[in-house]
Unconditional design. Sequence first.
Length: 222
Amino acid sequence: MPKVNAQAWDLPIRLFHWLLVALMGFSWWSGEQHLMDWHRRSGYAILGLLLFRLYWGFVGSPTARFSQFVRGPRATLAYVRSLNTPAYRAPPGHNPLGGWSVLAILAALLMMVTAGLFAVDVDGLESGPLSDYLSFDQGRSAAHLHGYVFKLLLALTVLHVAAILFYLVRMRQNLITPMITGRGQTIVAEAAETTTAYPMRLIGGIVIVTICTYAIARGFRL
């Protein structure tokens, strides 16, 4: 079946992706340099992005929605088996295997950020905004978890990059350019379902996420 160059990702998803990449790098650097004020601000920004991605996964454009790319084990296995067959079809947006990868990365990010919100350092001076709700020992456990999950995220990132290279080299499918331009190759039958920004939903989501992130950053002490 012929392919066309169609819209694959909306602007909010693309901004989420690249801002997350930049902020993760900055968070690592600021943590290594012990610039904890900037580390916290970066963490709050990542929290806001994650909250928005969860929101957009339910009300955003078709390819952004979890219902579009989260598939069960049977569908995922069928997709994997089709990779080296003439029946292989590159779906618009995330494929079933990539969908589970997205969920794993989002879950790890949420766990890391949440642990950081409750974390307490050795001296009890550099603490997350929600650390008062835990004991000192619990806060220290959260700090350790924060570091452990970061290592898990590094492993997931390596797998993510390896998958991108696999599709580029083996499947001749460029996954990077569509995440920059928003457009990618898809079959004609699926090109009609284009992405839409949904301005009012976007504005509403930004307002909700901003309020929630601010409240959390203040430890719910408004």
